[in-house]
Design a protein around this ligand. Structure first.
Ligand SMILES: *Cc1c(COP(=O)(O)O)cnc(C)c1O
Length: 229
């Protein structure tokens, strides 16, 4: 087995254990393999080990990989910051976008989504407490943004996404995830049928699963430490 196949198994085992600890079924959590900065050969290794969903942060890198690996029935998720001048290739080539933080980006993606494809599956990114980056709308803005996004014909609103500050203390890891789940429950109570919480990375997936994550986005624990040089 390749190192990537071993790592995928180990991550699945972490997900199953974290799910069991809170009485959740491991099937209710999808593993998104974050392949940013890694070459196509790593995606192929993971795909051959049965991994279907891949996450990319950079538009050109993602498009290049998608174009080079057609025919394997993979699912591609855009999870990075998205500028308005780069929405078109994302609308044309990705299946999901997790990083919707402004209506203007959502409107462009909706208008640019080709009619022959299913609606782009999207999450609104929220800047919950202790966010590592400045990305994401504020929790106060989330409901209004979700309502507007849900009305766009080229998109299907699925849920919320967050990237909390990396911290080691497990209790501190839970807080922002719990906040995102509660926000999701409020938005559902307001009538929007959200089914997705995209939260949890290599260092904090257990806390995210405990708080209700339905997609965990894992890079390092599958592919190794990234080298941005
Ligand atoms: C890079 C990245 C990940 C994966 O992080 P790891 O710590 O390598 O697991 C997840 N989500 C987003 C938005 C990322 O940019």
């Amino acid at each position: 087995m390749s190192a990537i196949a071993d790592n995928l198994q180990a991550v699945q085992a972490r997900i199953s254990k974290a799910a069991a600890a809170v009485g959740r079924s491991p099937e209710s959590i999808r593993l998104l393999a974050v392949s940013k900065t890694w070459p196509l050969s790593c995606v192929v290794d993971a795909a051959e080990a049965g991994q279907r969903a891949f996450g990319e942060n950079y538009v050109q890198e993602g498009i290049d990989k998608i174009a080079s690996i057609s025919g394997r029935n993979l699912e591609w998720h855009f999870i990075g910051p998205l500028q308005s001048n780069k929405t078109k290739p994302v609308a044309e080539h990705f299946d999901w976008v997790h990083s919707i933080e402004r209506l203007k980006i959502a409107e462009r993606l909706s208008a640019q989504r080709p009619a022959y494809l299913p609606p782009l599956q999207v999450c609104v990114q929220v800047n919950v407490s202790g966010e590592a980056s400045k990305s994401g709308c504020s929790p106060d803005e989330a409901l209004a943004l979700c309502r507007s996004v849900a009305a766009l014909p080229g998109l299907q609103l699925r849920g919320l996404m967050a990237i909390p500050e990396p911290v080691d203390d497990p209790q501190a890891q839970h807080r922002p995830f719990r906040q995102l789940r509660q926000l999701c429950e409020q938005i559902r109570a307001a009538g929007l049928p959200l089914d997705t919480l995209s939260m949890g990375m290599s260092h904090d997936l257990e806390a995210a699963v405990a708080e209700g994550a339905t997609i965990v986005r894992i890079g390092t624990a599958i592919f190794g430490e990234r080298n941005y040089a």
